[in-house]
Design a protein around this ligand. Structure first.
Ligand code: FEO
Length: 171
């Protein structure tokens, strides 16, 4: 069974991951409304990954014989100034989540919970990838500026993103 402090913080992280799902779903709606199908498709895959992250932590809490305590999910914004603004917000959000994962690891170390420390390693590695992926899109969009033809090409490129298929990702 998990120590109470770890149980509470892992439950809080389930909520952070569900909010991530929610805000990215809001971005999907924004991109769709602006006619950027490729960006919407890219972000839909991102949103789905967040749901797998939430489920992964949820399942871990249960596997340790501890209690699930779901909280309300905050309302995300529904509009951004531009597609670049939305992807910058996504990058900032991923950096925030990385900080939260790091805090969780610090707590697991402090509480001498080696199993949780080991479990969280997957999330540490995942955050490196997530920041890199969103950062790459931000840089592409920064280079495109407001040139509609280049933006169109970026949109087409983002349409090629495929969902993760590893068993871990889909846990
Ligand atoms: Fe689950 Fe994108 O952090």
């Amino acid at each position: 069974m998990l120590k109470k402090s770890i149980e509470e913080e892992l439950n809080r992280q389930v909520n952070e991951e569900l909010y991530s799902y929610y805000i990215y779903l809001a971005m999907v709606g924004y991109f769709e409304s602006e006619g950027w199908k490729g960006m919407a498709s890219w972000m839909r895959i991102q949103a789905d990954e967040e749901m797998t992250h939430a489920r992964k932590i949820y399942n871990y809490i249960i596997s340790r014989g501890s209690r699930i305590a779901l909280k309300a999910i905050a309302e995300p914004p529904g509009e951004w100034d531009s597609v670049l603004d939305a992807f910058r917000a996504a990058l900032k959000h991923e950096e925030y989540i990385t900080g939260k994962i790091n805090d969780l690891v610090d707590l697991a170390v402090k509480e001498n919970d080696h199993a949780s420390r080991s479990f969280l390693q997957w999330f540490i590695d995942e955050q490196v990838e997530e920041e890199e992926n969103v950062g790459d899109v931000v840089r592409l969009l920064e280079r495109a500026g407001d040139k509609s033809q280049t933006l169109f090409m970026v949109d087409k490129e983002l349409a090629g993103r495929q969902p993760a298929t590893s068993a871990e990702e889909n846990a």
